[in-house]
Design a protein around this ligand. Structure first.
Ligand code: GDP
Ligand code: GDP
Length: 353
């Protein structure tokens, strides 16, 4: 997971460490010189107009020069920031997010003076890590289990509806989530509202049978919103805790299908609208999420195929761009390969040993 980006960040980190170390060594040298240097003689006057500068003033001037020289300047770190920019864009990070990371790193570096005993390697890593951590920290929190608990207290099933384009791993992910909830003692019910493709209904049924969760379906071509509505009624009547609604995979550019999706949302009034994206598609996944956010509003994202993603752009960008958190990560093809998102998962993949 994220091997390529990790290697690129490592190169940036090493270069930054080198730079910090050089600055630190210069400072050590200066301190040594400082100790051996005699008090400066009064500056000889170049013209007869200005009186010679008082020695103590010269000392102050030198101190100021020393201090500004010891601080990292923008010019000092320009090349590092550029390397970081390239590394992030090559990893398919959204431009706005790459810029934010770079701003974070820059503001930590420019004007900084390295302590004489500071561990430069540790400092370089901390600055990069914290900059990435900031973009991974969700702008708001959504906890699936808390939503279910809240609805339970109201005597209602929670309703989650899932959107995404075909082939991203949507059906598998819904089955994984059903298993995840079942393993935690909840009773999920699936709604086969992908009524467009016959295979859509069958696929969901197959997965559902394997994880032991029932499915509400109608014939192919049925109204998707009606299927979802039926499922919710069934869940209420039979005491299911949560309804997971699978919808037809759609391109965000398909106007009819986007209308269908709006109808599903109108009819089912879901507690959560969840976008499912494929991490491997990088910035495309981010663009899709944004389109769904604009069309119906999403509450969060599940990113599939993180295990296969070497670049990491989608994971770094999606919550900043949409303003909605990553809820879960798909980390493999087995039903148990679904984990709650924590920034630490990405950070340790990027910066761990
Ligand atoms: P859908 O068309 O969006 O419903 O996609 P599917 O659920 O049928 O999944 C498409 C493919 O992606 C299948 O081969 C899944 O096994 C695979 N897949 C789904 N999630 C993951 C994941 O987290 N990691 C990996 N490596 N493969 C996944
Ligand atoms: P074709 O008739 O076999 O060419 O099917 P298309 O894929 O071109 O789709 C025809 C129309 O059906 C388009 O306007 C799509 O927006 C719409 N459509 C596609 N998928 C779905 C779906 O899952 N549900 C519904 N209700 N409409 C869909």
């Amino acid at each position: 997971m994220l091997e390529k980006l990790k290697q690129k960040l490592k190169a940036v980190k090493e270069k930054l460490t080198g730079k910090l170390q050089k600055k630190k060594e210069e400072k050590i040298e200066e301190e040594k010189e400082e100790k051996t240097k005699p008090e400066p003689a009064p500056t000889p006057a170049k013209t007869t107009v200005a009186p010679p500068e008082h020695p103590s003033l010269t000392k102050v001037r030198r101190a100021i020069k020393k201090v500004t020289h010891r601080k990292l300047s923008e010019a000092d770190v320009d090349d590092i920031l550029w390397d970081l920019h390239v590394a992030l864009l090559e990893s398919d990070t959204a431009l706005s997010v790459a810029q934010r990371i770079i701003e974070n790193v820059k503001s930590e570096l420019v004007g900084r003076e390295i302590g004489l005993t500071e561990d430069t390697k540790e400092l370089a890593e901390r600055i990069l890590r914290e900059a990435v951590q900031r973009v991974l920290t969700p702008p708001c929190q959504v906890n699936l289990l808390e939503v279910i608990e809240r609805k339970k207290r109201e005597g209602q099933p929670a309703v989650f509806v899932f959107f995404g384009i075909n082939g991203v791993g949507k059906t598998t992910t819904i089955a994984k989530l059903a298993k995840y909830l079942k393993d935690r003692g909840y009773r999920p019910l699936l709604a086969a509202a992908d009524t467009f493709r016959a295979a859509g209904i069958e696929q969901l049924e197959e997965h559902a049978a394997r994880v032991g969760v029932p499915v509400i379906k109608q014939r192919r071509g049925a109204d998707a919103a009606a299927v979802a509505y039926d499922a919710i009624a069934h869940a209420k009547a039979r005491g299911f805790d949560v309804v997971l609604i699978d919808t037809a995979g759609r391109m965000q550019t398909d106007v009819d299908l986007m209308e269908e999706m709006k109808k599903i949302v109108r009819v089912t009034k879901p507690d959560l609208k969840i976008f499912i994206g494929d991490a491997l598609t990088g910035n495309d996944a981010v663009e899709q999420a944004l389109a769904f956010e604009k069309a119906v509003g999403i509450d969060g994202t599940i990113l599939c195929k993180m295990d296969a993603d070497a670049r990491g752009g989608a994971a770094l960008s999606i919550s900043q761009v949409t303003g909605k958190p990553i809820l879960m990560l798909g980390t493999g093809q087995k039903y148990e390969d679904l984990v709650e998102f924590r920034p630490e998962l990405i950070l340790s993949a990027l910066f761990g040993d």
